[in-house]
Design a protein around this ligand. Structure first.
Ligand SMILES: *Cc1c(COP(=O)(O)O)cnc(C)c1O
Length: 341
C-alpha cells in the first residue's frame, strides 16, 4: 500500500476535528440536552447523523466495500474540493489533469489557489499516462482523471490507471460518474487497497438523484478519515439521507439498459446524417457529436426546444456538441430535428 502521509498538508495532518457530544458517548439515551436543538419533535428538529452510518452501511452492501472506505459528500463536487483541501498547499502545490475533462477540477483548483497542469488527450481522446507523469513534479499532489470521460465519453483501461497509480507518488483521482453505463468494471476495489487511489462516484447520473446531492468517494480508510475530518460535520442533511436510503431500493438496471441501447441507436442514426461529421464512441449516457457548424446547430436545436451542451470552444472538441441520451421519445425528437439540420 502506498504511503501518503508525507503529502498531507501539514495543517491537516495536525487537525483536531470538530466532535459532537454524541460522538463522545454512545450508549442508549432518551433525553438529548447536548446540542441546543428544539425539544419539540417535528421530524426535523434533531441534527442528522454526521457520520451517515445507516446510509454508508447500505452503500457498503451495494458497492461491496467496507463502510470505512466510503466518504459521502454534497455531490462529488464536495469530494473534489476536499482532495485539494486535504493534500494541496495553496499557492505552492499543483495538480495534473487530463483535457478535455470535467470543469469542476479546474474550478476547485482555482478556489484553492492550486495550479492545474493540463495534459491534452489524443485525437480520439486516448490517454497517455507517461505524459501525465512527465507533467508532474515534486509539488504535484494529485492527478485527476475521469472514466468514462466527460465530455468525450470514452473509458480508459483499468490496467493503465493502476499502472499510473503505481508509478505516481501522489493521489490518483478516478472520477467514475458514468461507470454504470460503462463496459469496463469499476476501480473501487483497488481504491480500497492501493493507498493512493480515490474513486469518485455519484447518485446524480444513472441513479437519478441529482437533486438530492449525494456524491461518494472510495479510498483507503486513512484517506477517508482525512476527508471526513475536513468536511462540514453535517454535510448530508437528514432529508437527503432518508430519501436516498429509500430510493436505493428501486432497481435501475432496466433504465441503464435502455439508455445503453438508445445510445447505440442514436449514435447510428446521427452518424448517417450529412451534417454530422463524427459521433465519438461512448461508454456514458451522452454522445460527443462533431457537426459542420456547432454554434449554428446548437441554436437550431434550441429553437426546436432541445438544449444540448455546446463544447465547440473546449480544447480538442472543436465543432462538437455533447448530447445526453434521453427517453426514447426525446431521442426520437432529437433525431427528427437533427435530420433536418
Ligand atoms: C455529473 C458529473 C459529476 C457529478 O457531480 P455531482 O456533484 O455528484 O452531481 C461528477 N463528475 C463528472 C465527470 C460529472 O460529469
Amino acid at each position: 500500500m502506498k504511503d501518503i502521509e508525507k503529502i498531507i498538508r501539514p495543517n491537516i495532518a495536525r487537525l483536531c476535528p470538530y466532535s459532537t457530544a454524541r460522538d463522545d458517548y454512545q450508549g442508549p439515551l432518551g433525553v438529548f440536552l447536548d446540542a441546543n436543538e428544539s425539544p419539540y419533535e417535528n421530524g426535523w428538529n434533531r441534527y442528522p447523523d454526521p457520520h451517515q452510518k445507516a446510509l454508508k452501511a447500505r452503500l457498503s452492501q451495494i458497492k461491496g466495500v467496507p463502510a470505512e472506505n466510503i466518504f459521502l459528500g454534497n455531490g462529488s463536487d464536495e469530494a473534489i474540493d476536499l482532495v485539494f483541501r486535504v493534500f494541496c498547499q495553496p499557492g505552492k502545490d499543483n495538480i495534473v489533469a487530463i483535457s478535455p475533462s470535467y470543469g469542476m477540477y479546474e474550478v476547485a483548483a482555482a478556489t484553492n489557489d492550486i495550479e492545474v497542469r493540463k495534459v491534452q488527450l489524443g485525437e480520439n481522446f486516448e490517454l497517455d499516462t507517461q505524459a501525465l507523469l512527465n507533467a508532474s513534479d515534486a509539488n504535484t499532489k494529485a492527478i485527476f482523471l475521469c472514466t468514462p470521460n466527460n465530455p468525450s465519453g470514452n473509458a480508459f483501461s483499468n490496467e493503465e490507471l493502476l499502472a499510473l497509480a503505481e508509478a505516481f507518488d501522489g493521489i490518483v483521482v478516478v472520477d467514475e460518474a458514468y461507470i454504470d453505463f460503462c463496459s469496463e468494471p469499476s476501480l473501487i476495489g483497488k481504491a480500497v487497497s492501493a493507498g493512493n487511489i480515490i474513486v469518485l462516484q455519484t447518485l446524480s447520473k444513472a441513479r437519478g438523484m441529482a437533486a438530492l446531492r449525494l456524491g461518494m468517494a472510495f479510498s483507503s480508510a486513512r484517506i477517508i478519515t482525512l476527508m471526513s475530518m475536513v468536511k462540514y460535520p453535517y454535510n448530508i442533511n437528514k432529508a437527503a439521507q432518508d430519501i436516498v436510503m429509500k430510493m436505493l431500493e428501486s432497481p435501475i438496471d432496466a433504465q441503464v439498459a435502455e439508455v445503453v441501447e438508445q445510445r447505440a441507436m442514436v449514435a447510428e442514426k446521427l452518424s448517417a446524417m450529412k451534417g454530422v461529421r463524427k459521433v465519438y464512441p461512448s461508454e456514458a449516457n451522452f454522445l460527443l457529436v462533431k457537426v459542420d457548424d456547432a454554434d449554428a446547430a446548437y441554436d437550431y436545436l434550441i429553437e426546436g426546444g432541445i438544449i444540448v451542451r455546446n463544447r465547440n470552444k473546449v480544447a480538442g472538441c472543436k465543432g462538437c456538441l455533447r448530447i445526453t441520451i434521453g427517453t426514447p421519445q426525446e431521442n426520437e425528437k432529437l433525431i427528427e430535428l437533427m435530420s433536418k439540420l
